[in-house]
Design a protein around this ligand. Sequence first.
Ligand SMILES: [Fe+2]
Length: 159
Amino acid sequence: MSEQRTITAFYEQDHDRLDELFKTFQQLKRSDFPKADEAFKEFKFGLQRHIVWEEDVLFPLWEKETGMSEGGATSVMRAEHRQIGQHLEAIQRKVTEQNPDSDQEEQALLNLLGSHNMKEERVLYPGIDRVTSAGERETVFQNMKNISEERYKLACGQH
Ligand SMILES: [Fe+2]
């Protein structure tokens, strides 16, 4: 069963889970702020974790397998991650002030995430599945588990 696990399926599922959390935040921020706040926290932590998984584990593997790093797909993805981080922090500032007027910041994040995730789901993840064996993918999942929570929390601010 675990031999069938693909990068594409796992990472797509995590994208979907994050999309749902963000939707919950947007839907509740004016009616139930504590719940919206909680959803945003989980979203932000989860997205940072997702980015760290990609940058520390997936992208290096792709770069090694394809010999592409500088100027390749992963360098574009890394640059977009920095922008995603900035949008996340902008929303975080409003959430900290308990200010629900973050529609513009949210839209900016959603616009970028939409195209970013699509590129990953259509090109990068299937590409990684193609160039790796089931055993190598299990190593990927194991390496993801070995990353510390502290690393996730720092993820977007440190680059
Ligand atoms: Fe990404």
